[in-house]
Write a protein that binds this ligand. Structure first.
Ligand code: ATP
Ligand code: MG
Length: 139
């Protein structure tokens, strides 16, 4: 059995380009229900905490500076098979390798500035939702 919750962020590049509405529309049209959502500008500490799993990767510094370079939208999403279906909807990490019609293919420019985040497991989806939302913010 796979879970029905995933977590997403519309990253600073996509917010800057004015594609927040288009991306949310694609997400909703694909059958995801928004359970929680907010518009935030992360601090360096928050971004480092969120991406702690990547702290040994060579791009960690670049990733954190990018993620704090502007506001983002964070959301908890519900759908059957949420984690896998959402990763299919967003496409490969590198937008030039992402399938036609996927969110990253449509709205992202590079592997670093790739428009959206999607959880990679049910366990991480719950950890990430817990990082950003308290119980009263979840509908
Ligand atoms: P995300 O976790 O954001 O959904 P992902 O699971 O497809 O993306 P990860 O391997 O978890 O990819 O990498 C996390 C993020 O780090 C990527 O989305 C991207 O913003 C950045 N990143 C990944 N690889 C690189 C790279 N080679 N150079 C620069 N940034 C990178
Ligand atoms: Mg990831």
């Amino acid at each position: 059995m796979t879970g029905n919750i995933t977590f997403t962020m519309i990253k600073p590049d996509a917010v800057r380009k004015g594609t927040t509405g288009a991306i949310l529309n694609d997400i909703i049209q694909a059958g995801f229900k928004i359970r929680a959502m907010k518009y935030v500008h992360l601090t360096q500490k928050q971004a480092e905490g969120f991406y702690a799993v990547h702290k040994e990767r060579p791009f960690f510094g670049e990733l954190v500076s990018f993620m704090i370079s502007g506001p983002i939208v964070v959301a908890m999403l519900e759908k059957s098979n949420a984690v896998a279906d959402f990763r299919t909807l967003i496409g490969a990490t590198d937008p030039s390798k992402a399938e036609e019609g996927t969110i990253r293919r449509k709205y992202a420019d590079s592997i670093a500035e790739n428009a959206v985040h999607g959880s990679d497991s049910d366990e991480n989806a719950h950890i990430e939702c817990g990082f950003h939302f308290s119980q009263y913010e979840i509908i």
